[in-house]
Design a protein around this ligand. Structure first.
Ligand code: TRP
Ligand code: SF4
Length: 400
């Protein structure tokens, strides 16, 4: 029940850039070694805002999956899939909509923000209002408990927690729950039963979060419980009924410090990006044409790295010796700007080299990517179907 499952998704919006790599993908790669990870392409979410541009979606989906693989996401360790190929997400979304107050969705900050930001689009749609609920379904259907996301997505994880709580509250009740939970406690054995009771009381009476964690840990370590008893005992710690859907935690992804070519944050909308698999000539050209400290008009004019976007790239890519060389050379006009840019160009190209190589295999043989995703979809569906079976059951739809 309280697994260590990580889930995250990305909308397919075109080629990923080095900002995605340093912000999100390196994190995904790290997590896949520690946890069971599920990463998916949120193509339905892309449609909520780009429904008028369906021609692009397919290409964006495959390009993005290749970018993930290029960055080192390993299909042997993480499950990669496409949201729309796991239609169970849609069924859960529908079922959750029955208990979701409209106000909860209207109050999600991204709802108004995005409507204003994308004013040229008509986002007064049912689908767009439901964006966070669809995201909740994405998360809850895998009973994922860790969701790596950027700051902007935290409200979506928060509403997911509220939905899970409400769902468990409404549907987790069963006749004789207390008696069944008490009977299940006895099966823990006397030492564990005593600890469980104390921890539960401590949580219920004093809101002691450590006691809650300890009680969950205790259940996780207990082998001889049936699924039903486990769910009851997890739910019983918190009072109410069975825990059917797991409340997830956001795993905050640090904002990418990757500066763009103009010194602002790297972002597609600022048109200042280097894509993950950009070819080496294009990288060199882009960096060579970057603006520098405007005070350095002539080669002999001294400059100030603090006023130069190239310096920000040195902070990402250069060691201390190289940085000292930049500082000294710039301020004394000892080096020229092209000279200063060369190590950055070399470092970016070197960083991308393994990515280009990994991608090449998939570009040469696209069926490899199709197969990875087909396998991932199949695995994901199995997990999703399990949750959905429980959900249908408690919602009174268990007949076949
Ligand atoms: N809304 C997310 C974004 O724009 C993408 C997303 C969809 C997602 N479903 C998710 C992220 C579930 C984490 C978990 O970045
Ligand atoms: Fe920028 Fe380097 Fe030129 Fe100084 S020498 S202005 S840091 S590019």
């Amino acid at each position: 029940m309280y697994s260590n499952r990580v889930l995250s998704g990305m909308r397919p919006t075109g080629a990923l850039h080095l900002g995605h790599y340093h912000g999100v993908l390196k994190n995904w790669v790290r997590l896949q070694h520690e946890f069971e990870c599920l990463y998916f392409v949120a193509d339905w979410h892309a449609l909520t805002t780009h429904y008028d541009d369906p021609a692009q979606i397919e290409k964006h989906v495959w390009d993005m999956v290749i970018d993930w693989l290029a960055a080192g996401v390993d299909p042997a360790q993480a499950t990669l899939f496409i949201q729309s190929r796991v239609p169970e997400h849609a069924e859960l979304h529908l079922l959750l909509s029955m208990i979701t107050p409209l106000g909860w969705l209207e109050r999600v900050p991204t709802f108004k923000d995005q409507q204003e930001k994308l004013a040229e689009k008509d986002l007064a749609t049912y689908g767009f209002l439901g964006y966070p609920l669809l995201q909740s379904a994405d998360i809850l259907i895998y009973r994922a408990n860790r969701v790596p996301v950027g700051e902007d997505q935290v409200p979506h994880v928060e509403i997911t927690r509220e939905i899970a709580r409400r769902f468990n509250h409404v549907f987790g009740k069963e006749p004789g729950f207390e008696e069944k939970a008490e009977a299940a406690i006895k099966k823990l054995g006397s030492r564990r039963a005593k600890a469980y009771r104390q921890q539960r009381a401590s949580y219920l009476e004093k809101g002691d979060a450590e006691a809650l964690a300890a009680a969950r840990e205790l259940l996780n370590e207990t082998q001889n419980l049936t699924m039903g008893d486990r769910e009851r005992l997890f739910g019983y710690i918190e009072g109410g009924g069975k825990v059917i859907l797991t409340e997830p935690q956001a795993l905050l992804t640090e904002a990418s410090k990757m500066p763009g070519l103009d010194g602002q944050k790297m972002s597609k909308s600022y048109n200042n990006t280097i894509t993950l698999r950009e070819d080496a000539d294009s990288v060199a050209k882009k960096v060579k044409t970057m603006p520098t400290d405007p005070a350095r008009v002539k080669r002999t004019d001294p400059g100030n790295p603090e006023k130069c976007p190239v310096w920000q790239l040195h902070q990402v890519y250069s060691d201390d010796a190289k940085k000292a060389w930049v500082q000294q050379g710039c301020k004394s006009a000892g080096i020229g700007c092209l000279e200063c840019k060369q190590p950055v160009i070399d470092a970016i190209i070197a960083e991308q080299q393994p990515m280009r190589e990994r991608a090449q295999r998939y570009l040469d043989d696209p069926t490899l990517v199709r197969n990875i995703v087909a396998d991932g979809c199949e695995k994901a569906r199995k997990m999703a179907q399990e949750t959905l079976r429980d959900v249908r059951e408690v919602m009174g739809l268990g007949y076949s």
